[in-house]
Design a binder for this molecule. Sequence first.
Ligand SMILES: *Cc1c(COP(=O)(O)O)cnc(C)c1O
Length: 416
Amino acid sequence: MNAQPKFSDGERKQLLDAETDGRFPDPRGRFGPYGGRYVPETLIPALDRLEAGMREHLHRDDFQAELADQLTNWVGRPTALSYAPRLSAAWGAHIWFKREDLAHTGAHKINNALGQALLAQRLGARRIVAETGAGQHGVASAAACARLGLPCIVYMGAIDMERQAPNVGRMRLMGAEVVPVTGGDQTLRAAIDEALRDWVSDPMETFYLLGSAVGPHPYPYLVRELQAVIGREARAQFLQRHGSLPDAVFACVGGGSNSIGMFHAFIPDRNVAIIGIEAGGRGPGLGENAASLSYGRPGVLQGCYSLLLQDDDGQIHETDSISAGLDYPGVGPEHALLHTAGRVRYESATDAEALAALQECSRLEGILPALETAHALHGAKRWAKDHPGKHALLCMSGRGDKDMPTLQRTLLGSGA
Ligand SMILES: *Cc1c(COP(=O)(O)O)cnc(C)c1O
């Protein structure tokens, strides 16, 4: 059994200094001990091509100008920073929301989908493949591809297609081809494998648009760069409105894209506590949750060395969460590093805690959050108890309309 690796205080400080100075990922794509590229030989040329193209274009002025223009005029950025007066009164600390739920297609995922689609266009790709679990990344990819006139093929587990029929319809209306994946577990993991297979068969013409800060290098870095706009905007907006930085920053952690996007700008601000909230599911037992950082151990999943939920034989374990977007046994390598280095604290919220927080936020603020986001809300509520009068800034990663079938079953009673 591999326990989570132990590091001395000195080693942890070195890791955090390297992260803060932007020395990670290193040339091998590693964030300290995590990350890298654990893939079959056949994938290496495609990843090399992607990395070279990314390095050439991503930070060039003309690319950034085009991205900024689309983010402003199509996505709707900057998204608002909302103070939450009634939740603040109820919880005892000041609660602020960075409103990614107001971004086009209803969540932060569009920031990444648009950025990668623009990069694909620069690299001369003729078709885009993407994976999706609950369908949110598939919808964002379909929208970005429609906007740019790129054909989009979305691999989706057959079971997920049944569970998320409205999102399948949305993708198809925006012109995407949705391909059912009937192999493996017929859910997200199988869909990622299938998308990778497609990409390897035609790496020159195809671009793989990956949906979270996971997978082999350079994806965790690329996705972070595209999502970091969340924290950059939020930090500046908060400073302008409040005159100083928040005391704590919160986000929910699935694969880790909205959270790394929110956290990244705050890593050097050592007086700001950073707290990520994972899916605690039904409880702490293996198979009952999706809290990879809280309960996971090091291992390789889908091309990346990180913390994973696995059994004593190293078999990836099934996960459980009420929110499909957090229901993944792994987590991005940069989070594993931030956990190890002690810069970010990772906690979890159970299904029941998330549902209660969702209800409170909806009633008191007129904002129906996504079930994923509701986990972060519970984390902020728990923190508020011990920090009266302090300021918490939370990434409202998405809106909850997509979760209505689950909410009908749980909070409203099926007849409602
Ligand atoms: C997909 C999703 C998440 C989880 O994904 P991350 O990559 O961890 O951000 C969280 N919130 C919403 C609204 C989502 O759609």
